[in-house]
Design a protein around this ligand. Structure first.
Ligand SMILES: *[C@@H]1O[C@H](CO)[C@@H](O)[C@H](O)[C@H]1NC(C)=O
Ligand SMILES: *[C@@H]1O[C@H](CO)[C@@H](O)[C@H](O)[C@H]1NC(C)=O
Ligand SMILES: *[C@@H]1O[C@H](CO)[C@@H](O)[C@H](O)[C@H]1NC(C)=O
Ligand SMILES: *[C@@H]1O[C@H](CO)[C@@H](O)[C@H](O)[C@H]1NC(C)=O
Ligand SMILES: *[C@@H]1O[C@H](CO)[C@@H](O)[C@H](O)[C@H]1NC(C)=O
Length: 488
């Protein structure tokens, strides 16, 4: 494996001493929860359905039929649950214009989906590997003409597990070339998974990658990796630093509550600073580490921020936004016209929340502008399925770009049948809304417009509340809709 780290000064690195497992009992191991979420969703939907049925019964309006949108395919009539047959909504098929995910409620008779019927769900231009499970975006960056995208990937199946780093490159963030795995679980410090991490582009153009490894003892540690050949624009080969891990959980932090290092930014002292998500009891926290060489780290118990009752913070993101211009900023930018965004992915709810505030370089603390919408309790990037997001600064086009994992809501059984699970959202350009100063603006990267082959305009279409307005767009497999509203 790795010799010494060729781009940075090498110094002695203290050996890793395994820490006792400080995990609170009753908590599930972090990433495993991603697998069990679907079960929870299914149960929740089932409970909701039962509650709905109960509500219908209570009001004496129960009929032998369910609301129209949950019934339909009279071809599927056999029912296995003990509930009265008449109250069983039938699972719907593709013919009804829905996907398997519309049939999540407990006790529903499965429609006879097979893989060829599910394959229509594959996306045409969102990022997806050819097959198997994918989750968090990792280490996005622009290097020598190529956008690089790494991702949490299971090479062995369509469910979470055996996580390694998938890798792809693109010229335009839309069309992708799939490359060999960038990093696999081949060291004791990442034997249980090469988990999420971030890239930092150094001032000389070189790249360092920090990522979380789950060790042979399932301790979450932070590891350093770097490209084997900086002259290779595709960055095909990666070297793990021989002194890994470079950071282990500090005292008081659970061995399984310490993950997802961010991109580093420069302090006014000229050191690199990163933050890593964790929790103390139910308080979500982001710890701060300073380093000069990405090998040795200083930690004096500083935190970037903490919010009670938000639980484990995964995939923390921290970046500057301009409050005067419409260009993205390098992660190290600071100054009077700069606000700072903190984003956390809440492990408990699987939602990505952000807040806008002010960062103090001296103390390393960040303060929300409005504590009532502090990070984790206020605004979200997206109110659909959208998690574990990460931004990067695109130095080529001076913009900040947001990636996010879209875990869909298919059942695990459907994922296995499909042979793949999850996609990534279309990358979005992120700016501060300078009109309000209180929220971010997101827009799909402009390159997405290259996908438009032809267009049709519909003018003076009146849309009344609750109305359905059919538009004749002829046959199309993908439609992009732009709406310009005029309110009267
Ligand atoms: C039932 O199956 C028949 C034959 O496969 C099909 O023509 C019909 O449309 C189906 N009905 C519904 C409601 O899906
Ligand atoms: C999947 O089901 C459809 C509809 O029943 C059928 O036409 C098709 O042949 C099936 N495909 C496979 C691979 O079983
Ligand atoms: C994990 O790996 C470390 C370093 O090689 C070793 O000292 C330790 O015994 C291993 N633990 C287990 C449970 O194998
Ligand atoms: C965490 O909870 C335990 C048990 O309630 C308590 O003893 C401890 O002081 C708490 N730790 C912090 C940092 O609040
Ligand atoms: C930009 O943010 C800074 C720091 O919060 C603030 O002092 C300044 O007034 C803001 N400028 C504008 C134009 O909103």
């Amino acid at each position: 494996m790795a010799e010494s780290y060729p781009f940075l000064p090498v110094s002695n690195h203290s050996n890793y001493t395994p820490l006792p497992d400080e995990r609170q009992s009753g908590e599930s191991p972090a990433r495993d929860g991603r697998g069990s979420k679907k079960v929870f969703l299914m149960i929740f939907s089932g409970l909701f359905l039962i509650a709905l049925l109960a509500a219908l019964t209570d009001t004496n309006k129960v009929s032998t039929e369910l609301p129209k949108q949950t019934s339909g395919n009279e071809n599927v009539t056999s029912v296995t649950s003990t509930r009265p047959e008449s109250l069983q909504p039938a699972s719907r098929s593709k013919a009804a214009g829905v996907s398997e995910k519309a049939n999540l409620a407990v006790g529903l008779k499965d429609f006879g989906w097979n893989n060829s019927m599910l394959s229509w769900q594959r996306t045409a231009f969102h990022f997806q590997p050819e097959k198997n499970w994918m989750n968090d975006p990792n280490g996005p960056l622009f290097y020598r003409g190529w956008y690089h995208f790494f991702y949490q990937y299971n090479p062995n199946g369509a469910v979470w597990g055996d996580i390694v780093w998938g890798h792809a490159v693109s010229r335009d963030l839309i069309h992708w070339l799939h490359l060999p795995l960038a990093m696999v679980a081949d060291q004791w410090y990442d034997e249980n998974g090469v988990w999420t991490g971030s890239a930092t582009v150094l001032p000389d153009g070189k790249i360092v990658m920090l990522y979380t490894g789950s060790t042979n003892e399932s301790v979450q540690v932070q590891n350093l990796a770097y490209p084997a050949d900086h002259n290779d624009p595709l960055l095909l080969n990666w070297i793990k630093y021989s002194g890994n891990p470079v950071i282990v959980p500090p005292p008081g932090v659970g061995a399984k509550d310490f993950r997802d290092p961010t991109t580093a930014w420069l302090t006014s002292e000229g050191k690199w600073r990163i933050t890593i998500g964790s929790k103390v009891n139910r308080t979500g926290i982001a710890l701060i580490y300073d380093t000069e060489d990405f090998i040795n780290y200083e930690f004096a118990g500083q935190i970037l921020h903490a919010v009670p009752s938000t639980g484990m913070w995964e995939c923390v993101d921290f970046y500057p936004v301009s409050n005067t211009t419409e260009i993205g900023l390098d992660t190290s930018s600071s100054g009077p016209d700069v606000k700072h965004v903190v984003k956390v992915s809440l492990d408990d709810t699987r939602h990505d929340h952000y807040a806008i505030g002010t960062y103090n370089d001296k103390t390393g603390n960040w303060y929300p502008d409005n504590s009532e919408i502090d990070v984790g309790i206020g605004i979200r990037y997206d109110y659909g399925v959208f998690y574990a997001s990460k931004t990067f600064y695109d130095q080529m086009r001076a913009r900040r770009v947001l990636w996010s994992w879209i875990g869909e809501s298919d059942s695990e059984a459907a994922d296995v049948m499909k042979g793949w699970a999850s996609l990534q959202g279309i990358p979005r350009t992120i700016l501060l809304d300078t009109k309000t100063g209180s929220n971010l603006l997101q827009w799909p990267v402009e390159e997405v417009e290259k996908l438009r082959l032809r267009s049709q305009k519909f003018k003076k279409v009146k849309v009344k509340p609750g109305s359905v307005v059919p538009l004749d767009i002829e046959a199309a497999t993908q439609v992009c809709i732009l709406k310009f509203w005029r309110f009267k």
